[in-house]
Design a protein around this ligand. Structure first.
Ligand SMILES: [Zn+2]
Length: 290
């Protein structure tokens, strides 16, 4: 049974282009190691149109039955499935190289590639994002976009209890730090082995470009400072915003203020959010000039 799911996962890697056919045996062996198996008999059947959620679910169930993972809660399963996905993925340098090659053709080609990659790698969990509820509400102020986001996993009680007792590590310093790339995670910090960051130059300094794993709107991206320094809205903020738009003219960029009251979630790390989406406010007609 497990052999079938190993083959399906490797076939998914090849089907999506994450893996090359030359890497098939290597990747299979890496999965065997994680699943503590010494032997493998490849099923004869060839698989296409693979349902990733189903495959990961089946392998996680197997891992729990075999006591490879000691808990069956969402937090532990998410850590384990991310470890599995990492087997299928290229190293950061390869992703950066591909992004830069596409960028030479056009910025849009580069972001199309990276957005697709970020979903195929399961960094953006499509099967969770698809559960989000979205609609447009017609109001006296114009059309408003309403979304109910269901893709951030509900914390399971065991994870909350474990997090309470877990030592507060200082690594990575926060969820936005570049040190998350490839990090295995722990019960109170998500696994990021399947995370890749594109380095970009903003305001003459090193920044990172990535997508939000919870995509609140189309191609929801995050642009973050290479250093863990606090958010501060100041004169250079405008230079940073315009530098980004010059690099990616088909995207918008914006930010919450540097105040907790307006919903800024990670104020300890300088960052912006952007994407390929037109918000209701941008579509609204101008009422008054100042
Ligand atoms: Zn940080």
């Amino acid at each position: 049974m497990i052999n079938r799911y190993i083959k399906k996962l490797v076939s998914y890697g090849i089907e999506t282009g994450l893996l090359k056919t030359e890497d098939k045996i290597y990747a299979t062996n890496q999965l065997l190691e994680i699943l503590r198996l010494n032997e493998y008999e490849e099923p004869e059947k060839e698989y296409t149109d693979i349902d990733l959620e189903e495959v990961l679910k089946a392998i996680c169930n197997y891992a729990f039955e075999q006591k490879i993972i000691d808990d069956n809660g969402t937090a532990t399963r998410d850590l384990f499935e991310t470890k599995l996905m990492n087997v299928l993925l290229p190293r950061p340098s390869e992703v950066i190289h591909k992004f830069q090659t596409c960028y030479k053709d056009s910025p849009k080609k580069a972001t199309d590639y990276f957005y697709q990659f970020s979903q195929d790698s399961n960094y953006i969990r499509r099967y969770r994002v698809s559960k989000d509820i979205k609609w447009v509400a017609n109001t006296r102020y114009g059309d408003l976009d309403i979304t109910i986001n269901l893709s951030k996993p509900e914390k399971d009680p065991k994870a909350i209890a474990a997090a309470k007792n877990a030592k507060q590590g200082g690594y990575p310093k926060c969820l936005l730090c570049k040190e998350n790339e490839g990090y295995a995670g722990r019960i109170n910090h998500p696994a990021r082995q399947n995370h890749r960051i594109i380095p970009i130059q903003i305001n003459n300094s090193q920044w990172g470009f990535q997508y939000s794993p919870y995509v609140y709107y189309n191609e929801h991206c995050i642009i973050f400072n290479g250093e863990h320094i606090p958010m501060k809205v100041e004169k250079t903020t405008f230079k940073k915003l315009f530098d980004f738009i010059k690099l990616f003219p088909h995207y918008f960029i914006g930010s919450n203020a540097d105040l907790p009251i307006v919903g800024g979630s990670i104020l300890s790390h300088d960052h912006f959010q952007g994407g390929n989406y037109e918000f209701a406010m941008a579509k609204a007609p101008m009422e008054q000039y100042y």
